[in-house]
Design a protein around this ligand. Sequence first.
Ligand SMILES: [Zn+2]
Length: 295
Amino acid sequence: MKRLVALFRVGLVALGALVAIAFVVTLLRNRPLPPAPDHAFIKPSFEGLPAISACWIEFDHDTAPGQAATAGFTRLHTWELTASGLLIRHPKGSVLIDVGNSSHFQDEIADYPFLSHLHFEILTGGKSAAHRAPDVLRSSGIDPSTLSAVLPSHVHMDHAGGVMDLHDVPVLLSPEELDFAKKHRDTRTIQVVPEHAREIQTRAHLLDFQPKPYETFDESADLFGDGSVVVVKLPGHTPGSVGTFINLSPAQRIFHVGDAVNVSEAPKEPPYGDDGQLFAPGGYHRRQARSASLS
Ligand SMILES: [Zn+2]
């Protein structure tokens, strides 16, 4: 009996220590961010915008525990996840921003270490397979063969995995994100699925960033050279994440930010600590994203 009580005490102390460590880690991750450096605001020009359209396409949706969406403490019970893309139709070609996950995702992660596999299962709801991107496009009235390029905001599986089903389409990436994919190509972590990384690497076309300020961003890549679709660097969630401005008209503008913000409360409420992000230290670029998206 004494032995049992002693064991119970040890267990209790261990549990207390674990809770204390978790509390301290959460507090550290929730620390206030340094203020963002000042940036000039460069007003974009909207002269001579061509007629373009944007169509939101959902490849998949799911729910996950709310805590998985935030760096610090959360008030979210459930995190509503969407794997979706934005199809831009431009006179010079059609570009799909984000392509959902691969339909062979479960096979591609079959040999993952237990914890990484579990992390994926939580984030994907344990689904056996994602919808095939070409099928979703066709059901939205879009012929996948008409795509000029895909532009993943970053290489996480739910944004870039669909390249596995969209064969031969060029993949536009920032140089930093291509390096990130190469770095994690053989590590079997949640950062990039090795098979996705290898496929992306063979089809990657680097975005042509110029030292041309746009809004509050120091560099920009004007995709069609007419100011209608402008890509900016948005590191934080991953080192080479990008955001894309889509200017349908001077009054109708979209800023696609990928996972720079992944809960709708994050742009409005700072209590989520590191800006409501899953990974990502350093909130400076996300603050830029926030101010640009609200301007
Ligand atoms: Zn992500």
